[in-house]
Design a protein around this ligand. Structure first.
Ligand code: ADP
Ligand code: MG
Length: 726
């Protein structure tokens, strides 16, 4: 009889490349991307075309002010939206939101209302009320609230967020119209990840505008964060995926001997894309283009089976929604091509994990990138001031920024193969770093401000703008010419959370900078001198956060400790560090999270961490019994039958059996101890220090067993099959 593993390998080998319909014009000619881009979306500009001017104006004003929409206007808008949705073939609508699970959530309703006819029959008509557009009340009790509400008052409301376009979700047999929404409790607390993001964007704009006014940029009326997230992922054949209980249950392999070939030849990176994968990418991109997601780049990543997709940057709130959509579509479309898409940060031991590089910058309402060194002395002074503000933000909020990327999955990645470590630091590049050093140590800066600026500005900063080559891929937070790249974000994360925290940190830093600058100016310093001396102070104070070297090197850990930087290696360590109000006060001050809302998120990170490791431990124990021991026992009885059990292989088998039994027993003992621990943070520490440690010991032995038993006997798809068959 052929085993499940062998069947899966055969299935994976026999896949055809899937063909799909490309959008075509009436003559059957394939459409260019620009001709169908955004075709499945309906945003404010389309609503404007269809709605009366009065209604539209009321709609826009209430969006800007956050006021409730009058019923008549909501009804008008709902009609326009319903007509569009139905003309596209949608039968249902849903409020699409992002609860604190980090995933997206949807509850669908048909566009119908019923009434009873005179003869007692039920008749339905298509209808979509203003109320259904602007609000819905999903049963909120099953979403995590982090303790913000008890189940008896589990009411949660989703509210239409008109800043993000309405879109169609297509499946094989129908279309659903999705209404991007925020999700709040009855008392108005944010139960989602999107609401704090919107608040952080507002805070950032407000604080940045105040600071920029003070330095003389009076024409800047609003500032928004821009974001482009590069998404990494793995593809594994779905049959092989489904026969691995660990991948299926936990998203990562808990056992698995390294294949003899890994990423050592570095031949996968930017190599030609395998045809079945390319077919998948084409279909993914086509769906995303329809949804208005500006996907630009696709390529192989460093590890075998690993790929990347990246969009053109957009305003942070839109880009964040688009990344959520991308993460929703990736696995769905992968399945059509018989792939499982792994978004976990570290699905395979010993090879690279997956990150999500968040490229982030600040743009004025005129479209000027504030992190772009400019042409005039003033633009360069502004650039230096904004840069110093970001350095200050990262320096002062290391712990919370680390919290923003903390998860059980990302713990495995940070500090492992080619991933930034858990220590927050900022890379600026040689040129820029030299300039900052010059400002810091500059002998005659105070007296010759103007000439220094010209010296800095005109020639040298222009060079930085071009010199994009000496980038440091090891840094968790790297300046890349005209933007920062927050590289420590995990591939499975909802980016709205880390971006909210980053925005809030920078907003706080701007507020502090404004206060300091006001003082300097009041005490009689000339404005430009005051700005430069503030820049000097800030870059000196925050010097410790700057690191130009190799973040992967071991001696960086020692160096960072000397500098007093935090090295919070695991989620429980982070949680222990951020459990005091001075750490998160800035979130409250910037109105991004209230204390309750912060605590709720803290609790959810903790709870999810515990659940994840517990699930992994249960899954590993089951795999050891039902696969690893089973394989070893078959091997032993084969050895007995062939009378080899007294020979070296027989002895080795028995030794493995004994060692694995012992390791498993140790793991069970440590795991049981955690069940008696009722302090959640202590429990998380036990899981990360003791349970994960023992899981690793069990795994090492299981991997030895895999390398020992005959290939026929081993029941789980091996790394070489998972990584190289596609
Ligand atoms: P890389 O060499 O890192 O791939 P790219 O220039 O291709 O660099 O940019 C990577 C990502 O950064 C893309 O998503 C791009 O749109 C985004 N990006 C570029 N400029 C900005 C900006 N000003 N703000 C935010 N993201 C940006
Ligand atoms: Mg990049």
């Amino acid at each position: 009889m052929i085993s499940l593993r062998q069947q899966a390998v055969l299935a994976a080998l026999n896949r055809d490349t899937r063909k799909f319909e490309r959008p075509k014009d009436a003559l059957g000619k394939p459409l260019a991307i620009s001709e169908f881009f955004g075709g499945y979306t309906f945003g404010l500009s389309q609503i404007k075309e269809k709605l009366s001017k009065e209604s539209y104006d009321v709609l826009v004003t209430s969006v800007q002010k956050g006021d409730p929409l009058p019923k008549e206007v909501a009804d008008d808008a709902a009609n326009v939206i319903k007509d569009w949705g139905m003309s596209q073939g949608a039968t249902h609508f849903c409020h699409w939101f992002q609860p604190m699970t980090g995933l997206t959530a949807e509850k669908h309703d048909a566009f119908i209302q019923s009434r009873t006819s005179e003869t007692g029959q039920t008749i339905v008509i298509e209808k979509f009320s203003g109320l259904s557009l602007i609000q819905s009340e999903p049963d909120a009790s099953s979403f995590p609230s982090g303790g913000m509400r008890t189940t008896f008052e589990a009411r949660g409301y989703t509210a239409w967020d008109p800043t993000s376009p309405i879109f169609l979700m297509e499946s094989v047999n129908g279309k659903t119209m999705c209404i991007p929404s925020a999700f709040t409790s009855y008392h108005g607390q944010a139960l989602d990840i999107k609401t704090p993001l919107l608040r952080s964007i507002e805070a950032l704009s407000k604080q940045a505008v105040q600071f920029l006014k003070l330095i003389g940029d009076i024409d800047i009326t609003s500032v928004h964060a821009t974001l482009g997230a590069e998404q990494e992922y793995f593809l594994v054949d779905r049959a092989l995926f489904a026969t691995r209980p660990d991948l299926l249950m936990t998203g990562r392999t808990l056992v698995g001997r390294a294949s003899t070939r890994g990423q050592q030849f570095e031949d996968h990176y930017f190599g030609s894309i395998p045809s079945r994968v390319l077919a998948f990418m084409h279909e993914l991109e086509q769906e995303l283009y329809r949804l208005g997601v500006p996907i630009k780049t696709r390529h192989n990543e460093v590890a075998p089976g690993q790929f990347e997709v990246a969009p053109i940057f957009e305003s942070a709130e839109l880009s964040s929604d688009h990344n959520a959509l991308l993460m929703d579509l990736l696995p769905k479309i992968a399945l059509r091509h018989h792939f499982a898409c792994l978004l976990h940060e570290k699905p395979f031991a010993g090879i690279n994990g997956s990150g999500k590089h968040n490229n982030w910058s600040l743009s004025s309402q005129k479209g000027d990138n504030l992190l772009e060194p400019g042409r005039t002395p003033h633009q360069n002074l502004r650039f230096l001031a904004v840069l110093a503000t970001v350095l200050k933000a990262v320096f002062e909020n290391q712990e919370i920024l680390r919290l923003a990327i903390a998860s059980a999955g990302n713990d495995h990645r940070l500090g492992a193969n080619e991933a930034p470590p858990a220590i927050m630091s900022v890379f600026l590049g040689q040129n820029l770093n030299e300039i900052l050093e010059q400002i810091e140590t500059g002998k005659d800066i105070e007296s010759k401000t103007e000439s220094l600026l010209i010296k800095l500005g005109a020639s040298k900063l222009a060079v930085i703008a071009k010199d994009n080559t000496d980038r440091n891929r090891t840094s968790p937070f790297a300046f890349t010419g005209n933007k920062f790249e927050f590289r420590a974000v995990g591939s499975s994360a909802n980016i709205a959370f880390p971006v909210s925290i980053l925005n809030a940190s920078v907003a706080q830093a701007f507020e502090d900078m404004t206060k300091k600058l006001e003082k300097k100016i009041q005490s009689g310093e000339k404005r430009d001198d005051a700005v430069l001396s503030l820049v000097k102070e800030v870059i000196t104070e925050t010097k410790m956060i700057r690191f130009e070297g190799n973040n992967y090197a071991l001696d960086w850990t020692t160096e960072a400790t000397k500098r007093g930087l935090k090295n919070l290696r695991t989620t429980p360590e982070v949680l222990a560090a951020v459990n005091n109000e001075s750490c998160f006060q800035f979130l409250i001050q910037q109105n991004v999270l209230s204390k309750d809302e912060y605590v709720a998120r803290y609790n959810i990170i903790l709870e999810r961490y515990i659940k994840q490791i517990e699930m992994e431990a249960h899954t590993l124990l089951e795999i050891i019994d039902t696969h690893v021991f089973a394989s070893l026992e078959s091997e032993l009885s084969r050895l007995v039958t062939s009378n080899c059990h007294q020979g070296p292989r027989g002895l080795k088998a028995k030794k493995l059996y004994g060692d694995l039994s012992q390791a498993k027993e140790d793991l069970e003992k440590e795991f049981t101890k955690t069940l008696d621990e009722h302090d959640e943070l202590k429990k998380a520490h036990l899981l990360s220090d003791k349970v994960l440690f023992n899981m690793q010991k069990v795994r090492n032995l299981a991997d030895d067993v895999e390398g020992f038993v005959s290939d026929q006997t081993w029941t789980l798809p091996k790394y070489r099959e998972l990584l190289f068959i596609r």
